[in-house]
Design a protein around this ligand. Structure first.
Ligand SMILES: Cc1cc2nc3c(=O)[nH]c(=O)nc-3n(C[C@H](O)[C@H](O)[C@H](O)COP(=O)(O)OP(=O)(O)OC[C@H]3O[C@@H](n4cnc5c(N)ncnc54)[C@H](O)[C@@H]3O)c2cc1C
Length: 381
């Protein structure tokens, strides 16, 4: 009996489509991070019935450098969240300070702009994005990981602790270790020589001011950013065998206690996945992971979430595939270069020396990462 109840299909009160014997959601989204929340808000704003399943209970912290790239503003404005984002505790970032293994330091100022780079806590930013989705009418179940997924002739069946749901379209926005991709056999095998990242928050060191500091050390690199409320975010990235050593370095460097809480994540690198399949849309980190050093992943998640919604509303997967590819085109070489520098801290330090002798080199790289990009898609009518 209990089993029968658990398997009763949940119906959406606003569902507009008929599948089999009953009503189903137009769209189900797995994952309520920036990609999933954006896609959900934009689909629901256009009258689609949207279900979102999120594994965690928000607000939740996340392994991230907490830097919001200016490319994100275009979507935050589309969601009507400009003022509310700026109302959250944050720090307007004014420069990037690179420090080499030899102590050489080079500072690149960030452009002054109405769309600045922010240091902002992911727990608060993601909470705001999910709240926006709820306001748009998305049915959200937090603390509800997707357990099982089944393809139906004209949609999907999703099983979780809250029951069994059906939807016509499925959006996988559940991050780099996507359950959807794993269950469908799409998740690529781990890459050799990958790294691991750990992250924590700490009181903002006085010397930090409003700069992000990216420091190469023998074991990898550290990223430190002010995030407002007198707090800073610290991320460490290294090969797994060097993790203990880089943590010891950070404990001494930032005067942390031995009991400091660290969150961890892997992989940092993963082969990209095709962003669409019939009735399936992959967005954010699920489709493509970028090098964390450049601090662009949230902006890519927001932008691919928006691109996905727009193509989904037009029922045009090919449009999504084209625009998705265009979004990353011409920028991944910066990612490759950054990854190379991170894997070879001495090489990275040599690049800094080049940047010191020839400042336009680092300025070019920084501008490439924080420059404004045109909107790649038409606005939803
Ligand atoms: C060390 C490090 C530093 C970084 N620093 C930056 C930075 O400074 N700036 C930046 O822009 N980017 C940064 N990034 C990248 C950024 O964190 C990601 O690109 C971004 O979070 C991707 O957003 P998303 O919505 O695709 O996925 P996520 O933010 O990962 O969201 C996925 C959501 O899916 C949920 N989920 C997972 N599995 C399930 C399931 N089975 N069922 C239901 N829900 C599920 C998760 O709980 C999560 O809330 C960094 C990444 C790393 C690793």
């Amino acid at each position: 009996m209990a089993r029968a109840l658990a398997y009763s299909v949940q119906r959406s009160p606003t569902a507009s489509a008929v599948l089999g014997n009953g009503l189903v959601y137009d769209v189900a989204i797995i994952g309520g991070g920036p990609a999933g929340a954006t896609c959900a808000t934009l689909c629901a704003s256009q009258g689609r019935s949207v279900l979102l399943l999120e594994r965690s209970q928000f607000p939740r912290d996340k392994v991230c450098g907490d830097c919001l790239n200016p490319l994100a503003w275009i979507v935050l404005e589309q969601l009507g969240l400009r003022e509310r984002t700026l109302f959250l505790p944050h720090s307007v970032l004014e420069g990037v300070r690179f420090i080499g293994t030899n102590g050489l330091s080079v500072r690149v100022p960030l452009p002054h702009s109405p769309q600045p780079e922010l240091g902002i806590s992911r727990s608060q930013l993601d909470q705001l994005l999910l709240t926006r989705a709820r306001e748009a009418g998305v049915i959200i179940h937090e603390n509800t990981p997707l357990k099982k997924l089944r393809r139906l002739p004209s949609g999907w069946q999703l099983e979780c602790d809250k029951g069994v749901f059906e939807a016509q379209q499925l959006v996988a926005a559940d991050g780099r270790n996507s359950t959807v991709a794993r269950q469908l056999g799409l998740l690529p095998p781990p890459l050799a020589d990958d790294r691991i990242a750990v992250q924590t928050h700490l009181p903002q060191p006085a010397c930090l001011n409003k700069d992000v500091v990216l420091q190469f050390v023998r074991e990898g690199y550290a990223g430190l950013a002010p995030i407002g409320n007198n707090l800073a975010n610290l991320c460490l990235v290294s090969r797994p065998r060097d993790l203990a050593a880089i943590k010891s370095w950070a404990t001494a460097q930032f005067d942390l206690s031995e009991g400091q809480t660290w969150r961890s994540i892997a992989p940092l690198r993963r082969m990209p996945l095709a962003p669409t399949q019939p009735r399936l849309w992959l967005t954010g980190d699920t489709a493509q992971v970028v090098e964390p050093f450049t601090g662009e992943g949230i902006a890519y998640a927001l932008r691919t979430g928006a691109l996905c919604a727009e193509a989904l509303l037009l029922d045009n997967p090919a449009l999504y595939a084209t625009r998705h590819a265009a979004l990353y085109r011409g920028r991944l070489w910066v990612n490759h270069l950054a990854r190379w520098a991170c894997l070879n801290p001495k090489g990275g330090s040599a690049l800094l020396l080049l940047g010191r002798v020839f400042p336009p080199f680092l300025q070019l790289l920084t501008r490439k990462v924080v420059a404004k990009q045109p909107l790649l898609y038409p606005q939803i009518p």
